[in-house]
Design a protein. Sequence first.
Length: 178
Amino acid sequence: MKTVQVNDKKFSLYISENEIKEQVKKVAAGMNEELAGKKPLFLVVLNGAFMFAADLLREIDIPCEVSFVRVSSYEGTTTTGKVKQLIGLNENIEGRTLVIVEDIIDSGITMREMLRMLKEKNPADVRVASLFVKPGNLQVELDIHYRCFDIANDFIVGYGLDYDQEGRNLPDIYKILE
Ligand code: 5GP
Ligand code: MG
C-alpha cells in the first residue's frame, strides 16, 4: 500500500492520477455536448480546484471562457456568525451560462452560498461541476450537474486538495489513515 506523510498525518493511495484523468475526460465530453453554442464561463474555485480545472479545460473543445474566484469565510459582526463572500468575479455574468468548477462538495453549504450569490447577478444558467462529492455528508439540496467521483466521508488530500495547505501538489488522491 502506497502511503505518504503530509504534515503530521499519514495517508494511503486512494484514487490514481490515471483514474482521475479518465473520469475528467468523461465529464468534459458531457459538457462539450451539452454546452455547445452557449459559450460557457467556467468559474474555477481557488485554491482546491486548480488541478482539476487545468485537466478539465484541456478536454473542453467548445468556445468558452475561464475565470477564477475564491470563497472566503469571515466572522460576521452579527449573530449569524460565519458569512461567505465571493471574491474575484469581475465579469458581467448576466445572461451567461456558468459552470462552477469545485474540488469537493462535503456539506454542500459552500456551494449553496456560492449559487445564491451568483444567481443574484442573473446568469441564464448555473451548473455545478465537482471533482468529488461526499453524498453521506450533504446537508442541503443541491443540483450537481457534473461530478467525477462520489466518495465516502474520509478526509482526502492531493490533486489540488490540501491538508493544512500542504499536499496540493500530489498527482494522485490519498485518504487519511486513522
Ligand atoms: P462544504 O461547504 O461542502 O462542507 O465544504 C467544502 C469545502 O470543504 C471544500 O471546498 C474543501 O475546501 C473542504 N473539504 C471538504 N472535504 C474535504 C476533504 O476530504 N479534503 C480536503 N482537502 N478538503 C475538504
Ligand atoms: Mg473547494
